[in-house]
Design a protein around this ligand. Structure first.
Ligand code: FEO
Length: 408
């Protein structure tokens, strides 16, 4: 018996017709340990609308789900809220099959679609605030530039009170459940935080602006339907408030210590740094040896941390490759309001600490002091310098965050 892909009704006039990708483990370098979903929505107003599509390899699943509700040829409008291929990979084939009356996107979206598909497909451009009449309802569009690309937009369905939010408010979490309240609450928050830390964080100022703008739009948002992960039905305000907190990057009295090691010297130094942090009064210290920690785990831990301490040996006059990987990734994510410091061992040229201090500074991290570099193997005095680095970080962290971090 072959697999069956049925649509799932998620509101009176809305069906989920997306796909579940149980196997995805890498999304642009982000470890998606729990897979993801590509959510597409079929809206059965007088005008039948398909909101977004799915990654190309899942096109047949989407078409089968649509066909489980209506003849796909009845779709008159396809809305493309964001041109990234996880939402548009199957758009050209879907247009070919359905031949809709119109394809709708933002101005930058229409341009990006053309640059992706090099097609002659006409795209109807909608502006910020513009409404599309659907007969017994309407879709209103709102710019969401850089959330997560310049073309991103949100679509609000009236009078149903549904915000189709595309990447915003989503998460990479494959599940059979379609609604957040059906899943474990801690898991949902953890995966939403991981998604924010690894995808949305660089655009935090835009998130803050969007959240400040939402109440001025007089929308009655009763559900938020993102394009990844579960739908926010019971309490859509929960994810909006979480985004408000994460976007503020106010941080907490928590330190993340990331390191790799060649012959255990930098590992010994990291343990002394941790002793200094704990001895200085920091309860929450996340120790992340890169032998067993992925860059996206580090980014997730950094989301609410107040300090980032990085250790690397010098290898051929450079920092260790695994540390370079994490630092490049973190730099791109632009975390703000962090304290930081570096440490590391070397053989004949103490390059790693110099490079780490420079990289941290370029990231906008405020250095607690110059990094600690130790030749070959740290002795008791060198380990004491590492403890002092941890203690100095603890003192500055407590000064910045007088309240202890909330228990997790
Ligand atoms: Fe889910 Fe930016 O694509």
């Amino acid at each position: 018996m072959s697999e069956v892909f049925n649509a799932i009704q998620v509101a009176d006039r809305v069906f989920w017709v997306g796909a579940i990708d149980w196997e995805l483990r890498d999304f642009h370098g982000y470890l998606t340990s729990r897979g993801t979903t590509y959510n597409a929505y079929l809206v059965l107003t007088d005008q039948v609308v398909l909101i977004d599509t799915v990654k190309a390899s899942f096109k047949d699943q989407m078409m089968e789900r649509i066909a489980s509700v209506i003849d796909p040829a009845r779709i008159q409008t396809i809305v493309s809220n964001h041109s990234e291929l996880d939402h548009t990979g199957s758009l050209p084939a879907t247009i070919e099959r359905i031949r809709p009356e119109r394809v709708v996107a933002s101005g930058p979206g229409a341009k990006a679609l053309k640059e992706h598909f090099h097609w002659n497909q006409p795209v109807q451009v909608v502006k910020d605030g513009e409404k599309l009449d659907l007969g017994n309802g309407s879709l209103q569009f709102f710019e969401a530039r850089m959330l997560h690309w310049p073309d991103s937009q949100l679509a609000y369905l009236e009078p149903d009170g549904i915000l189709f939010s595309n990447d915003v408010f989503g998460m990479h979490l494959a599940s059979t459940e379609r609604f957040a309240e059906q899943l474990d609450c801690a898991l949902v928050i953890q995966e939403a935080a991981r998604y924010y830390a690894n995808i949305i964080l660089p655009y935090s100022k835009k998130v803050t602006r969007l959240i400040e703008k939402l109440p001025t739009l007089s929308l009655d948002i009763r559900q938020i339907m993102p394009d990844h992960g579960p739908i926010w039905r019971q309490d859509p305000g929960q994810i909006v408030e979480l985004y408000r907190t994460w976007a503020a990057q106010q941080r907490t009295r928590k330190a993340v210590v990331v390191y790799d090691t060649m012959w255990q010297s930098t590992a010994k130094m990291s343990r002394a740094v941790v002793e200094g942090l704990v001895g200085g009064g920091i309860d929450q210290v996340r120790v992340m040896p890169l032998e067993g920690s992925h860059r996206s785990d580090v980014a997730t831990e950094v989301l609410d941390a107040g300090a980032l301490l990085v250790g690397s040996p010098t290898l051929n006059n450079e920092i260790y490759p695994t540390v370079a990987d994490v630092m490049t990734y973190l730099k791109g994510l632009s975390p703000a309001n962090l304290l930081g410091a570096s440490f590391g061992s070397y053989g004949w040229s103490p390059q790693s600490v110099k490079q780490l201090d420079r990289m941290l500074t370029e990231m906008g991290v405020q250095l607690v002091s110059e990094g600690v570099a130790v030749q070959y193997v740290p002795d008791a005095a060198a380990l004491e310098r590492c403890r002092a680095l941890g203690a100095a970080t603890a003192a500055q962290l407590i000064e910045r965050h007088p309240e202890p971090s909330p228990a997790e």
